[in-house]
Design a protein around this ligand. Structure first.
Ligand code: ZN
Length: 451
């Protein structure tokens, strides 16, 4: 194999569109500086692949199955009971099949890297599988089969609440002690490669006692991505205030060295000091607007956070939507609905909402995933999307409005081709293995629903 050259009529870079350019890709799937060549005849508009900062793959199997009212007080906490029922039915084979289907859908939608926040570790009764990493291996196999770049975040989950109570019966398969958790990280780190990075996730402050958090963090190699669910629910903020005398983000900022390697998932409920504190720390906030809407979580203070200079990305989380377009749209729309204004997410660099949100999303990728993704610059991962510029939504487009049209016009998928590590995985909107993977997915769903 030799280096390959990709030409672009337009290439999206951090400052904006660049005309008649391109890049080379080395055999390892990284971008090389382009050698000077004649202007090309390419008609392709190329955008770096989108990082998905938060995913629970198994939840793809229950999307759309928790939308009937069970009582008038339905909330995140009643949804969680449904989620636990589904979670209890998985084994490594069904997890592999569901994750592969999900990753095909992600790639076709334009996500090229996924951060998998993985807590389904053991058999349903809590006993470890013979291969203690069997469920992690199922996710790794699904990523390799589909070609998506994976940052696997095995989750430390130890207690059922801030008071340190034991895990409930349904939570038992999620649990680890510190020692077995660190062994799992060691096992998995030995399997890292060009497309697989192992990070660390603390499920939440309510599920990880303070001393265990300190012990795990003290062992992590420098640069390891660290993710945590931080302030998704008002009830969680109240419990933290009652038992730790601080709000979750406040507590974390004063008890851990939170820096650019941290990703705070669902930093939904924040006061002004917390907004500034996260922004100053360099941590990334992972917002999952369609999941947060689906679960009735609340609305992230986007404008204040952007004004404070905070880093931000998106995640598909519970998979009720697998579309970066829909996440970015709702990130903005939520703000419009409560402020009664339009075009909220803009910054000095651009008056375009789409460009502002895309820039932030791409810029979050490298720190949150621990992999050099999010831009097509030398040394970075050669992960890119080719937009379907023949689509009606793009008729007469210019560099001024192309990104906004991509994000804010209709529901036809405007991602035509997708490449990860320089290898094409989606052509004309279809993943190369879509049909065979869908067959396995249908079989897995039959098994899961029959249990
Ligand atoms: Zn989550």
């Amino acid at each position: 194999m030799t280096d390959q050259t990709t030409d672009a009529a337009m290439l999206w870079t951090a400052p904006g569109w660049q005309a008649d350019t391109g890049f080379q890709v080395d055999v390892a799937g990284r971008v090389l500086e382009r050698e000077a060549t004649e202007p090309t005849a390419s008609t392709e508009w190329i955008v770096p692949g989108i990082p998905n900062l938060h995913s629970h793959a198994f939840q793809r199997a229950m999307a759309g199955m928790a939308e009937r009212q069970t009582n008038a007080e339905d909330s995140f906490w009643t949804w969680r009971e449904t989620m636990y029922r589904i979670a209890a039915r998985f084994d490594p084979e069904t997890l592999h099949a569901v994750a592969a289907q999900l990753y095909v859908e992600m790639l076709e939608a334009g996500y090229t890297t996924v951060c998998e926040f993985h807590y389904l570790h053991h058999a349903p009764d809590g006993t470890a599988y013979d291969d203690r990493a069997a469920m992690s291996h199922a996710l790794i196999a699904a990523a390799r089969e589909t070609g998506i770049r994976l940052t696997l975040l095995p989750v430390l989950y130890m207690s059922g609440g801030f008071d340190g109570r034991d895990l409930s019966e349904r939570q038992r398969r999620f649990g680890h002690g510190v020692d077995t958790y660190l062994e799992l990280l060691d096992t998995l780190r030995a399997e890292e490669d060009d497309r697989l990075r192992i990070g660390c996730a603390l499920h939440s402050l309510r599920a990880v006692p303070a001393d265990a958090m300190r012990e795990v963090l003290s062992t992590l190699p420098a640069g390891t991505p660290r993710h945590i669910h931080i302030a998704e629910q008002v009830g969680e903020v109240q419990d933290c205030l009652a038992l730790r005398d601080a709000r979750p983000v406040e507590w974390l900022l004063s008890h851990a060295d939170v820096d650019a390697h941290w990703t705070l998932v669902h930093a939904t409920h924040l006061n002004g000091g917390e907004v500034q504190g996260i922004a100053n720390s360099g941590a990334t906030v992972a917002i999952c607007p369609t999941t947060e809407a689906n679960l009735g979580d609340g609305l992230f203070p986007l404008k204040a956070y952007l004004d404070a200079g905070g880093a931000l990305g998106i995640g598909s989380d519970a998979q009720s939507s697998v579309s970066p377009i829909e996440e970015l749209r709702w990130l903005e729309y939520g703000q419009r609905l409560v402020t009664h204004h339009r075009n909220i997410a803009v910054q000095a660099a651009s008056s375009s909402v789409g460009e502002t949100l895309l820039r932030r999303t791409l810029a979050s990728g490298a720190n949150a995933t621990g992999q050099p993704v999010g831009k097509l610059s030398p040394g970075h991962c050669a992960d890119w999307l080719v937009l379907d510029t023949d689509a009606a939504q793009f008729a007469g487009m210019t560099t001024i409005d192309a990104i906004d049209r991509w994000i804010f016009s209709g529901n036809r998928n405007l991602v035509r081709d997708v490449y990860v590590g320089g290898k094409q995985v989606v052509s004309e909107g279809r993943h190369h293995d879509r049909d065979a993977i869908a067959v396995q997915y249908r079989k897995a769903i039959q098994i899961l629903l029959a249990k």
